[in-house]
Design a protein around this ligand. Sequence first.
Ligand code: ATP
Length: 265
Amino acid sequence: MDATVPSPIVATPTAEPLVRVENLTCAYGRNVVLRDVSFDVPRGEVLTILGGSGCGKSTLLKHMIGLEQPAQGRIWLAGEELTAAEGAARRRILASFGVAYQAGALFGSMTVLENVMLPLAAHSHLDLPARELVARLKLREVGLEQYADYAPAELSGGMQKRAAIARALALDPAILFLDEPSAGLDPITSAELDALILRLSRALSLTFIVVTHELASIFAIADRALMLDKQEKGIIAVGKPQDLRDHHPDPRVTRFFRRGEETQV
Ligand SMILES: Nc1ncnc2c1ncn2[C@@H]1O[C@H](COP(=O)(O)OP(=O)(O)OP(=O)(O)O)[C@@H](O)[C@H]1O
């Protein structure tokens, strides 16, 4: 066995990362967006991915969730190599994490409850009553148990995001990927969503990987922030948001974290 391949995570928590990205190069045709990117995410961490428009945040996320194939490099999720897995093994890895997309992406023709039940129908052997029970528990975890029978369009933007998170939680994932969760939300609703992310991370030891450029969210939720840069085609900073803001030597990093400060009262 290749000594560089991490063994699967076993019952006792170890120092082994829950997510490992190794020498990842992402390209669309000949357009290389990210080159030779490597980082680890330990279990239970909230990691935010940030950077200017077009630097490759979504591209990195899409590779990590298996929607795009790397030009080079490897990705492990919970000790299993996504980039090498095929067939049933790949499907098992894909079911081991949850994803909530920017727009929520709930199916409008279904109730909120039916939306949350969807992954259970696709990836579990639970019968209908059990699926409904689990889905109701997930809605309770995000504070939406009263809205199970509503149509998504009847919910506010913030509630739709929470419903999308409930659906992403349906299969009890260890890792949750969120794409711009605060997009389109007012600051108060955005702060409520941040509180939910923190609570889920602490209560369930969930590992969150969150693409966001909202400074308030980054400071509220991130254990570490990872900053990408378009020119560098890679990571220019990784660390605690406060440290990056106050101590990072690269002005591109401090500028990002201090933007708007002069207009704040
Ligand atoms: N499907 C695709 N085909 C070809 N090029 C793409 C594709 N998706 C993204 N790109 C290109 O890859 C680069 C990075 O895009 P990406 O969407 O990952 O950036 P981003 O950091 O998420 O940007 P934003 O903050 O504006 O959403 C851009 O130059 C973009 O045009």
